[in-house]
Design a protein. Structure first.
Lengths: 344, 514
């Protein structure tokens, strides 16, 4: 039976406004500025101290850099329609261990070794999810726990320290510098890496053939397949990118704490996903951009900072972040459903 | 056939249903008597399904009156329809496969004792329902453990459980084997005997002559005639379904047909089609005609590299097609327009230009850098050529009308500049304006030397566009017809298994395999 052509499409398009526009890129930065203003007001009214101090601003930026690095890579997974890479926390921890262990052979070897191991995790995730259509959340969650088990087994449940493993003092100081190196005594290396990754990521997402294929895959994997796109390969590459940036963040965190520990990356999975969805990338895939993800990371960083200055405990912070995640995803889904597209 | 005296179980008087831009059902009056099997026939888009959806309570804005058992009834929701004793049996089963027959049969009305399920009574009720369709199965079996045929009967039993007085069956035999169809017909006879009014929709005319008492023919949303089956021939029904001679409507411009471009030899995919062999030339539009389930789409998916053949060869310009993936086939110039526009054809959340360029991303990229600008002239030209409305490349495809979405899908494959374009139902569900545009575009493509394979259930489309039509039936190419021999009547009769013209034999096996 013929399905008749429907009118009224324009009315639908008009209603796209209100809710979902909050989550566009400009809106995200507006919210970030709003949060900064909130912090300022709280300080001026004497509720919290020190929010506006240069030291605290630097703290915010450093924290944003770590979450942001993870989020930029993971955003490719979200964009591909595969939600999130939950193996990020132990990938961060694991590559930290690898790097410290390899420091005895020099900093370069350690760096390359850690990156290779990280990429291997990404290839594994991407292969299984892309080729065998495994549920991405369940699969990467399983990888997260298996990797954690491997770490605790291999290193007999011990943390390791850069100074312990070798006499390569030069390599150790280079390793310490990953987090501590500051240009002009101000801009930290992680922030520089983040900004480079954001620009590169945005370029890859919008200007390369891979980015275009990723958009098609995230929007409609079946249509992408029937357009002759190797969907499996595209999905695989998105997971590889997620693991790549997780490895970088893992090395930075390990450098920061000067210790290889399996819990080094704990919480980064959820912080990153929250930054991604706040940044306007819907869990349905194919929507949003990397600049938005940077804005989302900024919001998460400022919010964490305010909460900490406020004296809110870690557990309560988790609760608040969870609630924000639910609200963002929920309103996003609702506004799309109201448009008659049940695809959030 | 017996003439029941019990009057009309269902009467639809002057009912109409319009959608924006079209009238799907136009002032139709239709009645079914108790204990009668009333066949409803018509081409795709004739309005049969809309008429039946009206009965199922899918619309709350139809006009006209519906009387059930002599009483006026408002069928504005599926619940109301069910309450008025209307049961629908669709082609696709509505059963949940992993759960038991009992739970499927009694879904929503499982007997209880206090807060608990009354298992013994549920089982007894299920047994009783199964017996009513002649099944003797253990009702605790999950649906996935019984045969397709069994599942179809369980489906019927489930609908019977609601004690319908009117039963609508939409192509109920499309998934059944010969013996199973015979059993279904027995059950239908039994239901008749119990005074149930049955509306039977089928494209398979022989079935209608087997079991129906009367037949109503629809065309273009209107009722053409209702007549006792005994007083009508197969040719007369086809004539009524088709109405006019299409050849008058299509003005053909001469096309020059060149050398052989596409050659398929002994191609088989076991269980779907066997020994398919044909040649198609440059500039030729070759039609593939067959009833649903004849294996047309399965064939198309192999010809485009989406599925693998079990045996046989595919040659393009005298050389075997290289590679095994759709990307390989696409690169060599074979494009495929899927019949499933919304889930396989288009990314409906993306804008027009992204969709039009989606099959040529690599061709528009240099060293991995994609240039949308390089594709823009192509997008603009195609939007103009196909008069896609609104002519805005940044418009989200999901917000376009069905006809314009279909044009975007065609534009996507025209953008790939194919040597061989395989079209699977290129105008299904589109309005007449879009259809004319798409047809003009297909003809233009052929004039430019492209080989077009046109798979369609739309007979006027096949007759109007094709230079030759291959008739596919039960997975085999059974006949080839030149343009001069093609008419809607001859195609429909051939697809139903008539081997020569005018041979009006009633073939009880007039069905394809699933």
């Amino acid at each position: 039976m013929g399905e008749p052509s429907r009118g009224g499409s324009d009315a639908r398009a008009l209603r796209t406004g209100s809710f979902s526009s909050i989550f566009n890129t400009v809106g995200v930065y507006a919210i970030a500025i709003l949060f900064l203003a909130l912090g300022a007001v709280l300080q001026l009214t004497g509720v919290i101290g020190n929010f506006l101090s240069p030291m605290n601003m630097l703290n915010i930026v450093d924290a944003v850099a770590l979450v942001g690095i993870v989020a930029v890579g993971m955003a490719f997974v979200t964009y591909s329609g595969n939600f999130a890479d939950m193996s990020v926390p132990t990938t961060m921890g694991f590559t930290g261990y690898i790097c410290i262990e390899l420091l005895r052979y020099g900093f370069g070897v350690a760096l390359v070794g850690a990156l290779a191991v990280g990429l291997l995790v990404g290839v594994l995730n991407g292969f299984v999810v892309g080729k065998f259509k495994a549920n991405p959340i369940i699969w990467t969650l399983a990888v997260n726990y298996v990797t954690m088990g491997v770490i605790r087994l291999v290193w007999v449940n011990k943390q390791i320290y850069p100074d312990m493993v070798g006499s390569q003092q030069h390599a150790v100081s280079l390793f310490d510098g990953i987090y501590r190196l500051r240009f002009f005594n101000l801009i930290g290396l992680p922030l520089v890496i983040l900004l480079v990754l954001v620009v590169l990521g945005q370029f890859v997402l919008t200007r390369t053939s891979f980015g275009v294929k990723l958009k098609l895959t995230g929007s409609s994997p079946r249509a992408a397949r029937l357009s002759g796109i190797a969907v499996e390969r595209v999905v695989m590459l998105s997971f590889v990118l997620a693991s790549f940036t997780a490895t970088i963040a893992g090395l930075a965190v390990t450098s920061l704490s000067r210790v290889g520990a399996w819990y080094n990356g704990a919480g980064y999975d959820f912080k990153a996903v929250t930054a991604i969805v706040i940044g306007g990338m819907t869990l349905a895939g194919g929507r949003g951009n990397i600049f938005g993800v940077l804005g989302g990371s900024l919001i998460i960083g400022i919010l964490n900072n305010i909460m900490t200055l406020f004296g809110i405990g870690t557990f309560s912070q988790d609760m608040i972040r969870g609630a924000i995640f639910i609200i963002v995803v929920g309103t996003n889904a609702l506004s799309l459903r109201r448009l008659g597209r049940d695809d959030a | 056939m017996s003439e029941p005296v019990s009057g009309c179980a269902l009467e639809m008087r002057h009912v109409s249903k319009r959608f924006p831009g079209t009238i799907a059902v136009d002032d139709v009056s239709f009645e079914v008597r108790a204990g009668e099997v009333h066949a409803l026939v018509g081409e795709n888009g004739a309005g049969k399904s809309t008429l039946m959806k009206m009965l199922a309570g899918s619309f709350d804005d139809y006009t006209g009156e519906i009387a059930i058992g002599g009483q006026l009834a408002l069928l504005h929701s599926p619940t109301l329809a069910k309450r008025h004793g209307i049961g629908m049996i669709y082609q696709e089963l509505s059963l949940a496969r992993p759960i038991s027959i009992t739970e499927n049969l009694l879904a929503g009305r499982l007997p209880r004792r206090g807060p608990f399920l009354d298992k013994a009574r549920a089982r007894a009720l299920a047994k009783e329902l199964l017996a009513s369709v002649g099944l003797d199965l253990d009702p605790s079996l999950p649906i996935e453990d019984i045969s397709q045929h069994g599942a179809q009967l369980v489906e019927i039993a489930k609908v019977l459980g609601n004690k319908p007085t009117i039963l609508v069956m939409d192509e109920p035999t499309s998934a059944l084997s010969h013996e199973e169809v015979e059993r279904l017909f027995c059950i239908i006879g039994d239901l008749k005997g119990r005074g149930i009014a049955i509306v039977y929709i089928s494209h398979h005319l022989p079935e209608i002559f087997r079991i129906a008492d009367r037949v109503t023919v629809m065309r273009d949303g209107k009722k053409i005639a209702t007549t006792p089956v005994a007083e009508v021939s197969r040719e007369e029904i086809v004539q009524m379904m088709v109405g006019r001679s299409v050849k008058e409507f299509y003005r053909r411009e001469e096309r020059s047909i060149g050398e052989v471009r596409f050659r398929v030899g002994g191609l088989s995919r076991l269980g779907f089609f066997h020994g398919v062999r044909f040649e198609a030339r440059r500039g030729e539009i070759l039609g593939i005609c067959g009833l649903s389930g004849a294996g047309r789409t399965e064939l198309a998916k192999v010809l485009t590299g989406l599925d693998r053949a079990d045996e046989g060869s595919i040659e393009l310009d005298g050389k075997p097609v290289r590679g095994s993936t759709m990307a390989d086939f696409l690169e060599q110039g074979i494009s495929y327009l899927t019949e499933d526009r919304k889930t396989e054809g288009l990314a409906v959340r993306l804008p027009v230009d992204d969709n039009v360029l989606s099959a040529i991303v690599d061709r528009l990229s240099l060293a991995g850098i994609f240039s949308k600008a390089r594709g823009k002239p192509r997008v603009d030209r195609l939007i103009g050529e196909l008069s896609i409305y609104p002519p805005d490349p940044s418009r989200t495809v999901g917000n376009l009308s069905g006809g314009n979405q279909q044009k975007v899908l065609l534009a996507k494959w025209l953008a790939s500049e194919p040597k061989v374009l395989i079209l699977d139902e290129p105008t299904r569900g589109v309005d007449i304006g879009a259809k004319m545009t798409i047809h003009a575009s297909i003809e233009k493509l052929a004039r430019e030397g492209c080989t077009v394979l046109l798979i369609s259930s739309d007979l006027p489309e096949l007759v109007g566009l094709c230079d030759r039509v291959m008739i596919m039936r039960k997975g085999h190419f059974i006949r080839e017809m030149q343009y001069s021999e093609c008419s809607e009547e001859s195609l429909l009769l051939a697809a139903n298994g008539d081997t020569g013209r005018g041979a009006a034999c009633v073939d009880p096996e007039g069905r394809p395999h699933g």
